[in-house]
Ligand binder design. Sequence first.
Ligand code: HAM
Length: 433
Amino acid sequence: MSRTKKETIQSVKGMRDIFGEILNYHQYIEKKAREIASFYGFLEIETPVVEKAELFIKSEEQGNPVVEKEMYSFRTKGGDFLALRPDNTPSIIRAYFENGFQGWPQPVLLSYGGLFYRHESPQQGRYREFRQFGLEILGETKSFADAFIIYVFCNILKDLGFKNFIVHLNSLGDKTCQKQHRRELVSFLRRKKNYLCAECKKRAKTNPLKFFDCKNPKCQELKSQAPLIINYLCDECKSHFKETVEILDELSIPYYLDSTLVRGLDYYSRTVFEIFSKEAEPNLALSLCGGGRYDYLAKMLGFKDLAGIGGAFGQERIAELMKSKGLSRELVMKEKPRIFFAQIGESARKKALVLLEELRNEKIGAIHGIFKDNLRNQLKIAGELQIPYAIIFGQKELIDKMIMVRDMKTGGQENIPQEKMVEYFKEKLGIRN
Ligand code: HAM
């Protein structure tokens, strides 16, 4: 269909441009998460955004909406069936085997960040293109790994300024427990079929566990009567869960045993978790982070057996909450340039580049108005960006080998010799190196 003259091209529904203050939050979150993950021994990995669609199809049970409706998939001219990744866990397993990580000392701890794509209904905190930061431990069956993953995510949230969060925790058991539970659940859902929503009627045949994830009020009401997987755990799964909870107790992690937590993706066994913030408004109480154990996933994908536990947090949800509640605002803003370099006149413009380079070499963040001529306009930009100091550099300063520094809050100005500029700002901005 051809566009009418007036229509302009806009971004794709559920995908947005990110800039300004919210981008500062994203960058701060990424930096902090990377630092903490690296401290705890996670090796960073980047996997492609596009994978064979089969990788994600095989990772889910038939009837899972993430695969059925939400995956962006396409056929290439060469006939390959590819997809934009909806999540990274299947790709991490592929990368583990493809790159020979099984020959490394086990377990292998990996971290990643990047863009993910799901064709969901967009709303606040739910987008079609979104960012995740994830952690995975591969080749470890012990419950310590489950608690460790949760612990590291909680440390990231704490460092970002979250004080009031809670880990929802459940166990989905292993294949044996799941089989028995599924039988009971299917029979329960059959008995209650007249009260179920249309979607859950279908799910009862294909993916009954998803009933616990249903937001329909009628189905929600039935949840309390439904057989819960936690009551069907075998002795091994029971002790794995008990050990995980005991470690979390010792680490003083706030948790809530949520026996209806099943997760949106299907590849989980044993521990599953989601982290919520009490800082969020109740109507926006979306999970900030989610994950669990996936000991069967490698086999589902056609690889050898491989135990795994991991999780990922949604950067948009965290960034938006941090911004609206002002969490770590000072620290986030500190990452912003704190000097605006304003210059006037052609000769000053050239020398301004030399002075800017001196600041850059000393890692002192500064931005400039090098393409502007008017001082007032440049200072206006500095004010709008809430930059604390402006350097004013014109013909007089050029001849006198000085710079003029304006404190943007008080309006006070002082003249500083050019050779003292770096020293002056290091002291003003508290930069030590
Ligand atoms: P997930 O729960 O689907 O798990 O996603 C993890 C987090 O990503 C969610 O808690 C949420 O914060 C964010 N998220 C998910 N969908 C959206 C969306 N449409 N818009 C914005 N944010 C979103 C996974 O993806 C698993 N791969 C996690 C994992 C790693 N499990 C084991 N290892």
